[in-house]
Write a protein that binds this ligand. Structure first.
Ligand SMILES: [Zn+2]
Length: 109
């Protein structure tokens, strides 16, 4: 069974995992990039929780220990920055997988 590129319908060789050798189409998003997107979404949720307040997420002060919550709020900018930075790092790592194969294809063809 041969796989075909969804964009140009060229037959894909066995080793074309990320990129179509014919048209450079990105065949799939590396899982690590998806995890990175999740972390960036987590950062957005954290921003929302900070702006809207914990009550809007159904969190009452009793559910999260007050000390922990105060600690989170005190370190909030660092937490958001860390979530975004980690997300971007993972997305970048995923992009490197794709780019490495693209370079290999460009060099071989
Ligand atoms: Zn293609």
């Amino acid at each position: 069974m041969t796989r075909r590129c969804p964009r140009c319908a060229a037959e894909l060789p066995e080793d074309a995992v990320w990129v179509c050798p014919a048209c450079d189409y990105t065949l799939r998003t590396p899982a690590i990039s998806k995890v990175g997107i999740l972390f960036m979404l987590l950062g957005l949720v954290l921003v929302g929780a900070y702006v809207l307040g914990p009550e809007s997420f159904g969190l009452t002060p009793g559910m999260v220990p007050t000390d922990l919550w105060n600690l989170m709020m005190a370190n909030f900018p660092a937490m958001v920055a860390a979530a975004f930075a980690f997300g971007m790092l993972l997305m970048f790592a995923g992009a490197m997988f794709v780019r490495r194969e693209r370079n290999r294809v460009a060099a071989g063809a």
